[in-house]
Structure formats: structure tokens, C-alpha cells
Design a protein. Structure first.
Length: 368
């Protein structure tokens, strides 16, 4: 990455103030009406910021409302049943976020009398909170002059100042944080932070940015050279991994067998249907039957496919086939209750499932 000289990042008071004024006027006229923008409650702001990480706004809105209805205060979150917490989060992905929220809530009660800390260092010490989340909550909820840098802000700034390099690499990250801090006003820093994030979300988009609608069009260095769509520069990414997955929908006397995932960073502690990855298996039915016997001690007959689900998690593209299944005659039905359960169809909603498994649950609920 080319080195950036200090003089390249200087913003004098006049041009910085001009950029701030233009952006805030635009934001006042065009801001979206989102539920978390109707409150200064630090708890509600915190929940929204964590949910919005790696997740689209329209997806988050119903989850945000349901979450605050169930856990309206930090104390409610701290004492929540972990199963109920994951069930409410199911479908949002990145489930460690929900676990860290509860860990942080308990720490806030122990160390901060149940109130979200106003100190930047104290906020950073909470589980699951980094520089961006700490800055967002403190600026929006408490009007503290704390800068933010997320993907939207990084895209806006790399284009505005024509910065090249990998936005995830330390040199450019440091430079972007310096820009974000230099632009931040002392008055209404929360509005400014939301405005620049909003600009990246709805105008300065990754592809086909709407430059004619941008309040910073005349100042944007990338726009002047018609290279806005080339910035930020793309980093080399891992190739897509294709995974073949199969599960057994095993029904016995009106109950369905589900298992708890005990491994893996992304989906640990969620429930799913028994099975797994079978890349390269010549006979998936036989492999699935063998695995369930090895894992659960159940002898089953795998029947015909019930549904095929295409799903993506990070760089993995998963094709999941759900097979109908039945126990073989004389097979015992007892399973380890800590890792597997026989559950009535109407009770499946009580368990947290990842999105692919939720689609199978929906199919079971709608079938006679």
C-alpha cells in the first residue's frame, strides 16, 4: 500500500466545518425513520448497534423490536434464560453476538450499577464491544465526541479522500480512524456519526453509488477522477467452498428428533436435525444412517428427500438435503438429553435453530 504523508490528511477548520454542515443538512432531510433513532437509551442503542453488525437494516428491525419487548432493560438481559436468548436471536447469525451481549450485561450490573458506562475505556472492556460499537453508543446515547469506523464509513472516507489500499490492513485503518476523528464535531457527534453511516448505506453504496445525490459530491476526490467504484480497493478473498449437507427428519410417535450443536464458533449451542457434511459420499443415505448410529446409537432407515435448501455462511455455500427417516423395528429410542431430544412439533418453536433448520421446522409445522 502506498504511504500517506501527514499533510495529505490535514483538514483545516474551514473545510472540515463545511463538510460537517453539508452532511448534517442532508441527513436532516433524508434520514430514514428507524426505531433505534427514536431513543437515546444507551441500552437500546447498544442492542441495535450489535444487531446491525453484518446484518441488513430491514432484517434487524423485527428482531430489535421483539428483543426489547422480551428484554426491555439490561437487568432482563442479564438474567435471561440462554435458550430463550438464542431462540430470539435465531436467524440473525453470528450467534456469539447474543452470548456476548448477555456477558456484557452481567458485567455492567457487577461493575457499573446496571448502567451502560459513559467511559470509552470501560465500554471497550465489555465483551463483544470494539472501537466502533463503543464510539457509536457513547456518541449517540451520551453525545460524547467518539468517532466511528464501520464498513460504510470506511467506504465514504476512502472515496472522499481518494485513499488506496486494503481497508482492513492496519496502515489504512489507522488513517481512516484519524480522518473520522478529525471530521467529528464536538456538538451533536451522534448525529454526525449516524449521518456518515447513513450516507454510506443509502448513497455511497459499494456498487453504482448515487453521486448526484451526495452532499459531498463536489469535495469527493474519487468522484473528480471518476474512480469512485474502484474504491475501496478490493482485497483478495477466499474462494467459495461448496458443501453438501444431509440431515434426517426422524419422527417417532409424533415427536421429532433434534440435536444440539456443541462445536463450531458460529452455530454452537443451537439446535438442528441430526446429520452433517457428506462431501464426496457415494451413498448419502447410507452415510447418514451410519453417522446417526455412531453419534446417537439409533438404527434408522433413511427415506426419500423432503426438501433441499441452499444456504450460505461466510464463504461457504451449502446445499442441505433433508431426508425423511424412521426408526428400524426394535430400536431403543432413548438419547442423551443434553445433546439430543425428542420434541413435539408444536414445541419446536421453543428451541433456537439456525436459519436453514428453521426452514425445515416451518415445513414440519405446515405438514399434516
Amino acid at each position: 500500500m502506498p504511504k500517506h504523508r501527514d499533510e495529505a490528511i490535514r483538514l483545516n477548520h474551514r473545510n472540515a466545518e463545511n463538510l460537517r454542515k453539508k452532511l448534517l443538512v442532508w441527513y436532516s432531510a433524508h434520514r430514514r425513520d428507524l426505531p433505534w433513532r427514536r431513543t437515546k437509551n444507551p441500552y437500546a442503542v447498544w442492542i441495535s448497534e450489535v444487531m446491525l453488525q453484518q446484518t441488513r437494516v430491514q432484517t434487524v428491525i423485527p428482531y430489535y423490536r421483539r428483543f426489547l419487548e422480551k428484554f426491555p432493560a439490561i437487568q432482563d438481559l442479564a438474567r435471561a434464560d440462554s435458550l430463550e436468548l438464542l431462540r430470539l436471536w435465531a436467524g440473525l447469525g453470528y450467534y456469539s453476538r447474543a452470548k456476548n451481549l448477555q456477558l456484557a450485561a452481567r458485567q455492567i450490573i457487577r461493575r457499573h450499577e446496571g448502567k451502560f458506562p459513559r467511559s470509552y475505556s470501560d465500554a471497550l472492556s465489555l465483551p463483544g464491544i470494539g472501537r466502533y460499537t463503543a464510539g457509536a453508543v457513547l456518541s449517540i446515547a451520551f453525545d460524547l465526541p467518539c468517532a466511528v469506523l464501520d464498513g460504510n464509513v470506511a467506504r465514504v472516507l476512502t472515496r472522499l479522500f481518494k485513499l488506496r489500499g486494503d481497508v482492513r490492513a492496519r496502515p489504512l485503518q489507522d488513517l481512516l480512524w484519524r480522518y473520522s476523528k478529525k471530521l467529528l464535531p464536538n456538538r451533536n457527534p451522534g448525529d454526525f456519526n449516524q449521518a456518515i453511516m447513513e450516507l454510506g448505506a443509502v448513497v455511497c453504496s459499494p456498487r453504482q453509488p448515487q453521486c448526484l445525490l451526495c452532499p459531498w459530491e463536489s469535495e469527493c476526490q474519487a468522484r473528480k477522477e471518476r474512480i469512485q467504484e474502484l474504491l475501496p480497493e478490493k482485497r483478495k478473498t477466499k474462494g467459495t467452498e461448496k458443501v453438501s449437507w444431509a440431515v434426517a427428519v426422524l419422527v417417532h410417535r409424533g415427536r421429532v428428533l433434534i440435536v444440539k450443536r456443541t462445536e463450531g464458533r458460529l452455530l454452537k449451542d443451537l439446535w438442528e436435525f441430526p446429520g452433517g457434511a457428506f462431501n464426496g459420499a457415494r451413498n448419502v443415505k447410507a452415510a447418514l444412517s451410519k453417522r446417526i448410529f455412531e453419534k446417537l446409537g439409533l438404527k434408522i432407515q433413511v427415506l426419500e428427500p423432503l426438501t433441499t435448501i441452499r444456504h450460505a455462511i461466510t464463504h461457504r455455500r451449502i446445499i442441505l438435503v433433508a431426508f425423511g427417516a424412521q426408526l428400524k423395528a426394535g430400536t431403543a429410542t432413548k438419547v442423551d438429553g443434553h445433546k439430543a431430544k425428542w420434541v413435539r412439533r408444536e414445541d419446536l418453536d421453543k428451541f433456537p435453530f439456525a436459519s436453514a433448520s428453521q426452514r425445515i421446522v416451518g415445513m414440519l409445522r405446515s405438514s399434516p
